[in-house]
Ligand binder design. Structure first.
Ligand SMILES: [Zn+2]
Length: 280
């Protein structure tokens, strides 16, 4: 008997990500879809050598260069930049890091080259002398193929600095020192999140706004070595007809729950996990 693999976790949390690889030699595009249950996004660091806005402008130019020749395969940097500017709380703050910056870093074009090159199914031939297939330079981009009903975004606050390789365009957004550490950068996030600009151009959802509403935040307080978690949850209310609506915000710490507010959640918390529900 065929097993039914659908379960409540998949139904609620599963999204499908696309990984598009474009071979730099023969321009062949290969696209692989994979299921995931949360998005783990990097946090761009704030550095003293240039403002985030300046680095984003340069990053935009590089992304745009690839996009122009692969519009049917890549995310449109214009739409992403527009969303970043829309989501900023303070238009004069040139170092404000928004959730959209993190999403952009997550989906940024990655360059595969050298030993990390791409084994292209169309043009990587066998090198007789070396006894192995020739690897090609290629670019890789992640995007959303199918959005989750309930989206969990994990901000990578803990770990080594992973994005310092010179071949990675991500390095451009991620400049910072190495070592195991907690990244305490303040990240602003909206109560209404629109992810339409991160949907793959071939996805059936490509013309939707992919609009989400915030209902939960988990915050880590403390350092790399010691700390604790608190959460904010927007209460779920069910009326006698079985209809759902969200009520007030609550702040929960261990067994203690207290009434909170949207202002405290959006401006007073430093998110580690963000939970959004799909609206349209
Ligand atoms: Zn190729």
């Amino acid at each position: 008997m065929k097993s039914n693999r659908h379960n409540i976790v998949d139904t609620c949390f599963k999204s499908v990500l696309s990984s598009s690889i474009i071979c730099g030699h023969c321009k062949n595009v290969s696209k692989v879809n994979e299921d995931c249950h949360d998005l783990s996004v990097p946090i761009p660091s704030v550095v003293s050598t240039a403002t985030l806005q300046e680095r984003v402008a340069e990053f935009y130019n590089r992304e745009m260069e690839s996009y122009r020749s692969h519009k049917s395969e890549m995310l449109n940097p214009d739409k992403i930049l527009e969303q970043i500017n829309f989501d900023k709380r303070d238009e004069n703050d040139e170092n404000e890091v928004t959730l959209m910056h993190c999403m952009w870093a997550f989906t940024a074009k990655e360059v595969l080259s050298g030993e990390n090159g791409y084994n292209c199914e169309k043009c990587s031939h066998l090198d007789q002398e070396e006894g192995k297939r020739v690897l090609r330079d290629a670019t890789k981009q992640l995007s959303i193929q199918k959005p989750a009903k309930v989206l969990t975004i994990h901000l990578k606050r803990f770990g080594h600095q992973l994005y310092s390789g010179k071949n990675s365009l991500l390095a451009h957004l991620m400049q910072s020192g190495g070592g195991l550490r907690k990244n305490s950068t303040q990240v602003t996030f909206p109560k209404s999140l629109e992810l339409g600009s991160f949907i793959h151009p071939s996805s059936p959802w490509k013309n939707t706004m992919c609009k989400y509403r915030l209902f939960g935040v988990v915050e880590h307080q403390g350092t790399m070595n010691s700390g604790y978690y608190i959460s904010f949850v927007k209460q779920l209310q069910v009326n006698k007809n079985g209809e759902h609506r969200r009520g007030e915000w609550y702040r929960i710490s261990d067994s203690h729950a207290a009434l909170s507010s949207q202002l405290e959640v959006l401006e007073g918390s430093q998110p580690y996990l963000l939970m959004y529900e799909l609206v349209e």
